[in-house]
Ligand binder design. Structure first.
Ligand code: ADP
Length: 486
């Protein structure tokens, strides 16, 4: 069956709004699918920031939802820089506010998140069924993460309907709400059942997607296997195992239009695999930004990411005294957990010549870290796909990563054997412990001190191709399977 029309339901999309990898995927995959000549449209909440970022838009349809007094408008515009149509669900009481998409500026979840994303998912249902005055009937509804997990559950109750696909970008974020909250959502009462969306006494948005979508995917083959086990399954491993024949892993691609050291406008010097020595100018720039001593020879390690337990920043903090007995500088960019932020800032005051930290979200600086560091560290406890290691490969900033999820699928460890074979692209380690991390950094430093193999690994890394085209074809195959089952 040929799939032509796709409704892509997401709670964030770069460059409209972004908190993490989901936004990167939502900003890139639709573009890759459009290149494969599919008619794909994005549905997203009309957050205040997203409306501003979208610029010109028109009012496309006025909608109502049973149980809610609000007038809801569908705004139509384009994903900036593309011809992808975006529909924003404008329910001002729910989305027109300052702060992030899920939490306020202090990082506290919005208290009405259950209602906000119920409204979003029910409008997605209307659009999916061509009941939103848009005169457009999708063949596939592709939902992403818990914020859109209710939509496959609602659609499963209707016939005829388009086929549904649900992608798990991070299983740990589930959208769990109390029984009392559920009662205020005006949803079918039978959704509160262990065979539907009830999960150990709570209402689970993500379970709606997992239990009811025709096909499931996650963002790397390794994470697809991991989430069927108790260690990574977050309590959903049994359900996922039951549906394992419907679950596939498709690696995220990188948007090399934005992440390309040869064209990156944020770098002091652009370079490619044949001119890597120019990277030195970026290293100098980075040392300046982080107020570290200028030194072209000292190995510089970069980290970028959400400061949360998942990412293993605490493992780095635990080894700093030993690490700084070695000749090495470290720069960190991230925000999140307040206690981790404070511990990092304290550590900077202990090692001002060795450690730099920028607490906050800064797209430009993320590029500069990739362009200027020698190595990029990702000691994640779990990592569904991870994008930064993929960017790091392209920037010749050798990734030092834990063997988990997408990290395991994208980085080839520089063992002597892989070095001899010419396949090594970084350093991979197994245990999420300070000792293991320190050992991995020592291996990276040892490689750094051997210019010939170091340069060879950089060259290999920069040749790796994780562009979206391949992944987009795999999504099309997934859509076909969903449609044949639906
Ligand atoms: P996750 O989705 O778990 O946050 P990914 O590696 O899949 O992790 O994607 C993270 C994306 O967000 C990357 O593009 C990364 O560069 C970006 N990012 C994370 N934290 C920051 C930050 N503080 N400043 C700039 N970019 C950031």
């Amino acid at each position: 069956m040929s799939i032509h029309k796709i409704l892509f339901v997401t709670s964030e999309a770069h460059p409209l709004i972004k908190t993490g990898g989901l936004a990167d995927v939502s900003g890139s995959l639709p573009v890759a699918l459009k290149t494969l000549r599919r008619d794909i449209r994005i549905l997203m909440p009309a957050y205040r920031a997203a409306k501003i970022a979208m610029g010109r838009h028109s009012r496309k349809a006025e909608l109502k939802l049973a149980g809610f007094p609000d007038d809801i408008t569908l705004l139509e515009g384009y994903l900036p820089g593309t011809r992808i149509i975006v529909w924003l669900v404008d329910s001002p009481r729910h989305f027109d506010r300052d702060g992030g998409p899920y939490a306020n500026a202090e990082g506290q979840d919005w208290p009405d998140n259950a209602e906000r994303f119920t409204v979003f998912c029910r409008i997605a249902e209307q659009v999916a069924l061509n009941q939103a005055s848009l005169d457009w009937q999708p063949d596939i509804v592709h939902c992403n993460d818990w914020q859109s997990g209710l939509t496959p559950a609602l659609l499963a109750r209707t016939s005829p309907r388009p086929a549904t696909v649900f992608t798990i970008h991070n299983l740990a974020y589930q959208g769990l709400f109390s029984w009392e909250t559920f009662q205020g959502l005006h949803l079918p009462a039978d959704l509160w059942s262990m065979h539907a969306m009830e999960f150990y006494g709570q209402f689970s948005f993500i379970k709606g997607g997992i239990a009811f979508a025709d096909m499931l995917s996650t963002v790397s083959p390794q994470y697809a296997r991991e989430i069927c086990t108790p260690e990574f399954g977050c309590g959903l491993e049994n359900l996922l195992s039951q549906r394992a024949d419907r679950l596939v892993g498709i690696l995220n691609g990188a948007d090399y239009g934005q992440w390309n050291p040869a064209r990156d406008p944020y770098l002091a010097a652009n370079y490619n695999a044949f001119t890597v020595e120019k990277k030195k100018a970026n290293k100098r720039q980075l040392q300046k930004i982080y107020k570290l001593p200028h030194d072209g020879d000292i190995p510089l390690i970069g980290l970028v990411g959400r400061l949360v337990e998942q990412k293993g920043f605490d493992l780095l903090l635990a080894i700093l005294p030993q690490l700084f007995q070695r000749q090495v500088q470290v720069v960190v960019l991230g925000s999140g957990d307040k206690s981790l932020e404070q511990r990092l800032e304290l550590a900077v005051s202990d090692y001002p010549d060795r450690l730099g930290a920028y607490i906050g979200y800064n797209e430009k600086l993320a590029h500069q870290v990739e362009g200027g560091a020698d190595m990029f560290l990702m000691p994640s406890r779990y990592e569904p796909c991870g994008l930064n290691q993929i960017y790091s490969l392209r920037y010749g900033t050798l990734p030092v990563v834990r063997r988990t999820g997408g990290l395991a699928n994208t980085v080839v460890d520089a063992t002597e054997e892989n070095l001899a074979r010419g396949t090594a692209t970084g350093i991979v380690f197994d245990e999420a412990t300070p000792e293991s991390l320190l050992h991995a950094i020592d291996r990276a430093l040892a490689l750094y001190s051997r210019p010939k193999p170091w340069k060879k690994v950089i060259f290999n890394a920069m040749q790796q191709d994780f562009s979206w085209r391949r992944s987009a074809r795999q999504y099309l195959e997934l859509y076909r399977r969903a449609a044949s089952l639906g």
